[in-house]
Design a protein around this ligand. Structure first.
Ligand code: GUN
Length: 283
């Protein structure tokens, strides 16, 4: 059997068009500010893609590129100005940050109403309390869209999240729990990862280690969502799952690239629109 390929590019495109249509009907342009600190090349690509997608959807979008050596206090001052600016609905600080800046200090300083990444403790806490109507982290939110698109039967399903990061693993587990899955979170200290994976009807891999999940770790017919994206020895982008092996066992699977990646950006646009509507009303 060959798994159905979940086309994240197509799902993301539809979501982006829907956001653009809704933005076009507003009497104002929702404002997004993306902050890049330093010159990490991967962050440069992500930030450019986010900014372009926001502009294409009709947002008032701009990137602030700050020097790698900026002090934490100076970055917090920039954030305070954006928090106070009524034209700004969404603020995103691209991670990782240089070592002199504590990411928690930056995330804590964001106005939770403008926190379109959903990382602020107030938004994370709401999600952990079972509220799913607030600003949700973009990648796990995108994964939920893909699971629904794939027709995955969520209530009661055994779901395994591989990874426990603030950006993906933890909020992913909360969202699956809110969707009535039976959720396990596995991580670098988990014993017998392969056995945990083999039990999973839904497997979300978010560890950032190329092809770590082998085909024989995948249960027959499982829905496999691969969040990982790293560059292999041959320069090609690869996920956390050994795709060629897994595709012969899974029921449905996301490719890398073209799976989760495009959904992250589409959900950022969705979050920015949501933040704008919550701050300003329907326009
Ligand atoms: N770095 C990697 N993923 C993300 C993300 O979703 N948001 C931000 N701000 N930085 C990231």
């Amino acid at each position: 059997m060959t798994a159905r390929i979940i086309d994240g590019k197509a799902v993301a495109q539809r979501l982006r068009e829907e956001v653009a249509r809704r933005v076009a009907g507003l009497s104002f342009r929702p404002g997004l500010r993306v902050i890049r600190v330093g010159d990490d090349p991967a962050s440069g690509v992500y930030v450019r893609n986010k900014d372009r997608a926001a502009a294409a959807a009709g947002f008032d979008s701009a990137t602030l590129h700050l020097p790698a050596g900026i002090s934490e206090a100076a970055l917090l001052a920039e954030l305070a100005a954006l928090n106070a600016d009524p034209a700004v609905d969404g603020i995103l600080v691209q991670l990782p940050l240089p070592p002199q800046i504590r990411p928690e200090a930056v995330i804590d300083a964001l106005d939770p109403a403008k926190d379109v990444d959903g990382f602020h403790p107030l938004n994370a806490g709401r999600l952990a309390s079972g509220e799913t109507g607030g600003l949700l982290p973009c990648t796990p939110k995108g994964v939920m869209h893909l699971l629904r698109e794939a027709g995955a039967a969520l209530p009661g399903a055994r779901a395994l999240v591989l990874g426990r990061s603030r950006i993906v693993g933890r909020p992913m587990a909360q969202l699956l729990l809110a969707a009535d899955c039976t959720v396990t979170v596995a991580h670098s200290r988990t014993r017998d990862l392969a056995a945990e994976c083999r039990r999973a009807e839904i497997l979300v891999a978010a560890v950032g280690r190329a092809a770590m999940v082998r085909g024989d770790w995948i249960a027959e017919d499982a829905v496999v969502i691969d969040v990982g994206i790293t560059r292999g020895a041959d320069g090609r982008l690869v996920g956390d799952v050994a795709f060629a092996e897994a595709v012969t066992r899974a029921g449905a699977i996301t490719p890398v690239p073209g799976g989760v990646g495009p959904m992250t950006i589409a959900c950022l646009l969705e979050n920015t629109l949501q933040a704008a509507l919550a701050r300003r009303g329907g326009g």
